[in-house]
Design a protein around this ligand. Structure first.
Ligand code: GTP
Length: 408
């Protein structure tokens, strides 16, 4: 990709139109899996790339679009910015996946369907997650306006305004659209372009990649299906990678011997870089990458490396199987109809912990008012100071209850 890239997340309640909107913006359907087809909901993170473009000859004001030729004068449009969309699932059982996706978002579109009362439970829970993870660049989309009369759209707009009062999205623009009928998509592109800047590229640090997906091979027909090794996908938080570079992956591989279990880092090399849909010589932070590696595909298949970190050998954060967390708990549980208050964290209770793209369960070994220690069932590679989203099992679901910062 020739332009610096930004990762924009699609978040919001189930069936509000996230995947449809990604498709309207990028012209491609994000990954669809057979299980998703059966259940009719998104289960895993989906990805799609597009380019915001501008006509070089039409007079101002002329908005951005994704069209390759100008609809007014037919001139070939020019690239302004490349964008990767991270499509997260909206179902309440899939919060862990949403949180992994949020770790690699530079900004987000909160999709809210205009034909339902606002807020729906995961509209609230996803906004809270953005808040906790610190994603401030947000655009709100009022989708499916083709299904309701204008007065209802206005009433719904006021419901959204009331709902976001006092949250990180208080001043976010609200764009009424129909993803399915392609209404107001150009206005949305303009709002995204303004609200979601390309992140500052930290090129002078060693390369670190948060792994969000891993595959044995990519889909047939894509450039990466021609290589033999396993594929990892994710986003670089810092540094650059070139084809041929050596990489280390942590925590790596689980090794079981006699009575002990340990995790060994994996060492391999990058043999192909795909940024967006194109083969690239170099990968930089921002945007989603697929890296062909020298790994045996059995190591990368079925997202088995999701949540791990890859980077320059010897520079990765330590692998931890114990967290000491400085806590900041929410007042009430969100994402449920009955919003009970959140009690203190107790010793021996299991917590779901999300850090970067990793999800693990930790058993609390000690807990005070504002600090808790948890022994992790599956270790993670994480820096001191990293934010950890904390969820507690309430009924049959994990519910977001707060955030912790890793202490040494
Ligand atoms: N009428 C109308 N239907 C829409 C619109 N956008 C999406 N839909 C429909 O709403 C349904 C759900 O859309 P999806 O895009 O799958 O919703 P989603 O938010 O990605 O769902 P999950 O990822 O499972 O949470 C589908 O049947 C879409 O065709 C719209 O603008 N108008």
């Amino acid at each position: 990709m020739s332009q610096p890239c930004v990762n924009i997340g699609m978040v919001g309640h189930v069936d509000h139109g996230k995947t449809t909107l990604v498709s309207a913006l990028s012209g491609v359907w994000t990954d669809t899996h057979s299980e998703e087809m059966k259940r009719g909901i998104s289960i895993r993170l989906g990805y799609a790339d597009t380019t915001f473009r501008k006509c070089p000859t039409c007079p101002e004001p002329q908005g951005l679009s994704v069209a390759k030729t100008c609809e007014h004068c037919g001139t070939k449009t020019e690239e302004v910015r490349t964008v990767s969309f991270v499509d997260s699932p909206g179902h309440e059982t899939l919060m862990a996946t949403m949180l992994s996706g949020a770790a690699i978002m530079d900004g987000a579109i909160l999709v809210i369907a205009a034909n339902e009362e606002c807020p729906q439970p995961q509209t609230k829970e996803h906004l809270m997650a953005l808040n906790i993870i610190g994603i401030k660049n947000i655009v709100i989309v009022q989708n499916k306006i083709d299904l309701v009369p204008k007065e209802k759209v206005i009433e719904h707009y006021h419901q959204i305004k009331e709902f976001v009062k006092g949250t990180v999205a208080e001043d976010a623009p609200i764009v009424p659209i129909s993803a399915q009928q392609n209404i107001n998509i150009d206005v949305l592109i303009g709002a995204m372009n303004e609200m979601i800047p390309t992140p500052v590229q930290k090129l002078d640090k060693p390369a670190h990649l948060l792994i969000a997906r891993s595959f044995d091979i990519n889909k047939p027909g894509t450039p990466i299906d021609k290589i033999a090794g396993g594929v990892i996908g994710g986003t670089l938080t810092a540094g650059t990678l070139k084809a041929g570079d050596d990489i280390e992956i942590r925590p790596g591989r689980k090794v079981e011997s006699e009575n002990a279990v340990r995790w060994e880092p994996i060492f391999t090399n990058v043999n192909l870089i795909i940024a967006g849909k194109e083969k690239a010589d170099e990968a930089t932070p921002g945007g989603l990458l697929a890296l062909g590696t020298g790994l045996d595909p059995s190591i990368t298949k079925s997202d088995s490396l999701t949540g791990q970190v890859a980077g320059v050998p010897g520079t990765l954060p330590p692998t931890r199987d114990l967290f000491t967390l400085e806590l900041k708990l929410l007042e009430r549980v969100v994402g449920v109809s009955d919003e009970e208050s959140i009690g203190k964290i107790k010793t021996s209770e299991p917590l779901m912990l999300n850090v970067g793209t990793a999800t693990t369960v930790g058993i609390v070994t000690s807990a005070r008012e504002d600090v808790a220690e948890a022994k992790l069932k599956r270790p993670v590679c994480a820096e001191v100071g990293s934010m950890v989203a904390i969820s507690r099992r309430i009924g049959s679901r994990w519910r977001l209850i707060g955030v912790g910062v890793i202490k040494d």
